[in-house]
Design a protein. Sequence first.
Length: 483
Amino acid sequence: MGYVLEGKSGNWEVVCGLEIHAQVISESKLFSGARAAYGGAPNSQVSFVDAGFPGMLPVINRECVAQAVRTGLGLAAQINLFSRFDRKNYFYADLPNGYQISQFAHPIVGTGTVEIELQDGTLKNIGITRLHLEQDAGKSMHEQHPGKSVIDLNRAGVALMEIVSEPDIRSPEEAGAYLRKIRQILRYLGTCDGNMEEGSMRADVNVSVRKPGEDFRTRCEIKNVNSVRFVMHAVEAEALRQIALWEAGEEVRQETRLYDQARGETRSMRSKEDAHDYRYFPDPDLLPLVLAEDDIAQWKSKLPELPDAKRRRFCAEYGISFYDAGVLTAEQAMADFYETVARGRDARLAASWVTGDFFAAMNRSGATLENPPVSAAHLGGLLDLISDATINGRIAKDVFEEMLESGKAADAIVATKGLRQVTDTSAIDAAVASVLALNADKVTEYKSGKDKLFGFFVGQVMKALAGKGNPALVNEAVKRLLG
Ligand code: ADP
Ligand code: MG
């Protein structure tokens, strides 16, 4: 049995589908030449088209189309050779035209699928219903002036992809995993930066509840949720609210709601509009968008390796666990870093160093992979010294700390500090002999059956060798000289 919520009347199942708005990475806007970058001075990136001046004509930006197709391919989705732009009419202060150009009946991308992974390792497919292109709106600001609202149109006309999922999601955890997976794929593709704090990705969360085995019941849509954590909270809070309603003998009304993050609850915003409220019709200023098979093949041939494929390749090529491969492919930059370290080396040792000491150092210093605390080349150099037995694993930890502090390469540190491993068996034998002589009482105890003392002798010998003894040789010598 999957995730259920317990009510007075028994168990309830959660049903959820997400509509994700993802801002397209492009130089200019969907239908104008104005810059699309985030963060410019208010109204510094606005063309006459974006401002809705009479007589201005939209011209489709080919790069935005390519980005939508790349994204569709990354979601294993059907690419529609024919799609069309429609006007979605509504009145709002930040929408100068009085309509948003969107795609309604004929989206550029059709059905696809995304694989998510749950905490317990279960994999599940979530269906994609469609992906369409549309314009973003401007931004109303209410805090600049005591008596007026002001409008910034920099965002007006920037290309958005709306990615709609099937109602396949069954728990807050699945909703979170799905959103994270979409964000990861878009980042790999370079089609959206996935930055939810800056609003370049946001989700409308549709939630209903039902008794297991029933048909779907009425849903509510929670608008513009802007973090993975809030999406997960919103699903649960909304499901609990609906269960309480049903169990009180009331109806859930289809409506648009807001998630109040301070209170951890959803509240009503407006009753849900239907498609006909928007009076959709084909935009007469734009021809249908017709793609050639060749263009799609071109874009497809240049797609990067995507997270699922990379993860499976890492397992096969480097012999690391599925879990570790997941951690190491979380971000493209992470995967590149690991591969630089692992290539031509002991790849499992590389995985354990990258996910262990290296991650710990990153977290401690708050560094990013663009500016890592130790470069991939330097970390690789350290692994080489372990693999060719120049240093042992114990000393390697110290060398690593020293690398973090000094920025020097491992071999330089080992040379100046004289940290080479002791492999000279006569030196090791001498150290063992003196340890045994100093601890004659313990030797007697050992011989009368106290096996645990073996580790003590090894430890003492290592100490005598300043930590630099070759562990295998030290073990062997202690065993030989004791017996
Ligand atoms: P609309 O166009 O009115 O927003 P859609 O049919 O396109 O409606 O669905 C929007 C989203 O709602 C989709 O992500 C879909 O998966 C989800 N959804 C549809 N029915 C339900 C339901 N009964 N419970 C939860 N989510 C649903
Ligand atoms: Mg919708």
